[in-house]
Design a binder for this molecule. Structure first.
Ligand code: ATP
Ligand code: MG
Length: 439
């Protein structure tokens, strides 16, 4: 992408009401624009990152056997009356009336809708297990939308829903999502810790929140340090045989948010392993058995001909919250430091003297060579001052920068800068392209 033809509205200052680094940086780099309380326009660079996160989530859901679909944002109130949640949900639900005076709502989540889809098509245990997911905008009329996209009112969520015949099968489905989550967050450069979460009247141990540590996180969290050092299950995980070991490896350690915290159990951990910190909830998985299938009559026939309510679980990831969460975890005093997997572009190419025939030609060649090698390149071909170009490139935080100027051309070299380490080296372009290539 040539910057002169792109739309990247970078600004020097962030509005005073942006309280945390990620919110400030998202506004300054022109990733989002606020349109109302908790409501944002995703500008081109913001959308690029959001799409990359969505794609990682999609790949890991698919790898775990979930099947993608798309449900609408607007739902009929009547469905929610069947489950009893239309009245229970309270003020967070945005209620809408259409021209025929039908009551509708902007979905804050999709358990009712998916249960309705399920009962329309699935009748037999032979069609199970099944896990259906989508990535769709949700609306929750939060009392205090804040921290930019971290707590928005309109936000993008991946929500998956599992359907099983027995409680035992449901446990397997739950564990698949547990492992898929660890892999997905790891691919985004994050260490997400699964923490026991409240199951309310459902009971049991099948609810976990996935938390990334950050000083600006909204939840107080407590865990064993060992959890921070465990490698993810890995993309070669065998979902049919390795699940239990992977899950138990983690659930043996203490990890809880404030609501579930047990001071005595925490005190039993050796002092040097006790982590008491703040965290951001980036995902939540929950098995709720027959909570919706029973009232909504989503039943399947068993092998011996009985009709039983299907066992369900739901699995959310805060896709738009993750954009802020990743920046919160990956930035320095000069700006964002994107992990390669979600960076909007892989390389930033800077032309130090636009209009100089040799510089323009060298940059055009470099741009083509990098692009042909499969890399996403942002080419700064604007005629601004060098200082401004450098600062902007630092701010938007692409993993690599390649700088081409008249002096380097004379010496047959370009400058390569690694954003994360700050390391700068001069080398011929043929070497530079190898150095920056994704490994
Ligand atoms: P929170 O406790 O942060 O309000 P929640 O428990 O209500 O979240 P879930 O219903 O579990 O959220 O939703 C699944 C995921 O969606 C959460 O783990 C979070 O990452 C994301 N999410 C929830 N609410 C918001 C919001 N207002 N803005 C952005 N992301 C959100
Ligand atoms: Mg939650």
């Amino acid at each position: 992408m040539r910057l002169s033809k792109y739309f990247l509205p970078v600004s020097k200052e962030a509005p005073a009401d942006a309280a945390i680094a990620s919110h400030k940086l998202m506004l300054r780099t022109g990733m989002v624009r606020q349109n109302g309380a908790g409501i944002y326009t995703w500008l081109p660079m913001g959308l690029k990152v959001l799409t990359r996160i969505e794609q990682i989530v999609r790949e890991e859901m698919n790898r775990a056997g979930a099947v993608e679909m798309l449900m609408p944002t607007l739902q009929q109130a009547d469905l929610w009356r069947e489950s009893g949640r239309y009245d229970d949900y309270g003020k967070e639900m945005l209620r809408i009336t259409d021209r025929h005076d039908r009551e509708m709502l902007f979905g804050p989540t999709n358990e009712e809708l998916i249960t309705d889809v399920f009962r329309a098509y699935v009748k037999s245990y032979k069609q199970l297990p099944l896990n259906l997911y989508h990535q769709q905008w949700k609306f929750r009329d939060e009392v205090r939308p804040r921290f930019g996209v971290m707590r928005g009112r309109e936000f993008l969520m991946k929500d998956a829903y599992s359907f099983d015949l027995t409680e035992e099968d449901a446990r397997v489905s739950y564990r698949k999502m547990f492992c898929a989550y660890l892999n997905a967050f790891d691919r985004m450069g994050l260490t997400a810790i699964p923490m026991r979460a409240d199951t309310g009247p459902i009971g049991g141990d099948m609810s976990h929140e996935f938390i990334i540590l950050a000083d600006t996180g909204e939840s107080a969290v407590f865990c064993d340090k060992a959890l921070l050092d465990l490698p993810p299950p890995g993309l070669d995980l065998d979902f049919d045989s390795d699940l239990n070991a992977e899950v138990e490896k983690r659930t043996q350690y203490y990890a809880a948010t404030e609501e579930m915290h047990d001071e005595a159990a925490f005190a039993a951990i050796p002092a040097e392993s006790r982590v008491s910190a703040r965290g951001i909830e980036v995902g939540h998985i929950f098995n709720f058995g027959t909570k919706y299938s029973l009232p909504m009559n989503a039943v399947v026939q068993t092998a011996d001909g009985q009709m039983v309510p299907v066992q369900m679980g739901s699995y959310g990831i805060g896709v738009s919250r993750l954009v802020g969460g990743i920046i919160e975890a990956c930035h320095d005093e000069n700006g964002i430091v994107w992990p390669e997997s979600v960076a909007p572009w892989h390389v930033g190419l800077i032309n130090m003297r636009v209009g100089d025939a040799a510089c323009d030609a060298a940059c055009d060649d470099a741009y083509k060579a990098l692009t042909d090698a499969g890399m996403d390149v942002l080419y700064d071909d604007t005629d601004e001052r060098a200082g401004g170009k450098f600062a902007r490139m630092e701010l938007i935080g692409l993993p690599w920068q390649i700088v081409i100027g008249p002096r380097g051309i004379e010496n047959g070299v370009v400058e390569v800068k690694h954003r994360k380490t700050g390391e700068k080296t001069e080398m011929p372009f043929a070497e530079a392209i190898k150095k920056v290539a994704p490994k």
